[in-house]
Ligand binder design. Sequence first.
Ligand code: AMP
Ligand code: GLY
Length: 434
Amino acid sequence: MSDTLLLVGGGGREHAIARALDESPDRDEFDLYACAGNRNPGIARIAAGFETLDTSDPDAVVAYAEEVGATLAVIGPEKPLAEGVVDALEAAGVYAFGPKQADARIEVDKSFQREFMAEHDIPGCPDYAVFDDMEAACEYIDEYDGDLAVKPAGLTGGKGVRVTGDQITKEEAKAYLRDSDYETVVLEERLVGEEFTIQAIVANDDVLITPAVQDHKRAYEGDEGPNTGGMGSYTDASFQLPFMTEADSVEALNVLRSTVEALDDYRGILYGQFMLTAEGVKVVEFNARFGDPEAMNTLPVLNTDFYEILTKARDGEPLPELDFQEKATVCKYATPAGYPTNPEAGTKITVDEDSAGDALLYYASVDERDDGIYTTTSRAFAVVGVADTIAAAEEQAEDALAVAGEDGLHIRHDIGKADLVQRRIDHVAELRGE
Ligand code: AMP
Ligand code: GLY
């Protein structure tokens, strides 16, 4: 049987998904179409058709799916999941790989996320409290003995969280809440440690684990500045990060497995963001999709056919075992000048693809128009080095950044460099009292 596959989303993560599908040994068995709010030139080149539409509007996605005769869909970003695009496609007879709206709450509603963890005794849940009244939240901040993470319950593109004692003072946290129009906020104990991501591919009761990744959320080198969607990330050939032990991975896997068990019929990607603390592995958050940039560390080294994963998921069959190349990866994003606080959208950029060398190039939230490629308010493109060691992958990525030309894009060059990686190792050793 041949399929018509619809990919929803136009970021770097979705370019990585498109390329993984394009490399399927069964590529002649399906046509690939894509839709997104921006015209991503990398995806458009791979797809038989590309439509720009509002992907958080389920009716618009279903209409395009029907127009192209989709038999299978894969959803990249969180917003369509939050708006019920999977449910709408299913009602129209199209299986979509991604959680239904109710299950996507594990990402979309941070108060649900914590209450769910508490109710199901999922390990690694920090102390937390949920408030609908911002004045009551401010009182709690005053009375709480210690630092807190202040988290708006809804989606904020990774930019809504403020951590006292790290980014802001308690007074600033209160002002932040009072000035906001947040309806619900979660206040939770500040976790101190090193963050890492482990993503699982989930369907038909299978939970398949992918290599640990470390993203860099802060905008500027040395982990300074505001939080972003992620400036870049790395993995190691061992599938662990250099600061982790196997026991840390096992703890994280237990969290993912117990979460899938408690969620009942979850399908898609379950992304765990963890903090390795002095007290063990804690959950920073769950996402209901691949991370961006983490997908770009994961899919290029996945030997298993991603199309087969999708069809097996749809057909109710056991998923194929995952096989990864034993390679390190380093991903670095180029973002518009001023990102994330004051990003310069609408700047025409030149991307010299021939300069990427051995590295992979993924287009992200840029918009291709008749006369060239333009920035939006979000990340523009990423380069990914793939090599035997983190150092070699970093060098490859760094060399490839020549594709960026002189357009004033913002890049964190320190990601994956030996001294930053060593700092992580030292940090964990210090936490463990070694
Ligand atoms: P989130 O939107 O939940 O991904 O949070 C964004 C970032 O805020 C995380 O990657 C962490 O760096 C930070 N963060 C979230 N929750 C906590 C916490 N409980 N303690 C310390 N940092 C946190
Ligand atoms: N890289 C973090 C995220 O995708 O949410």
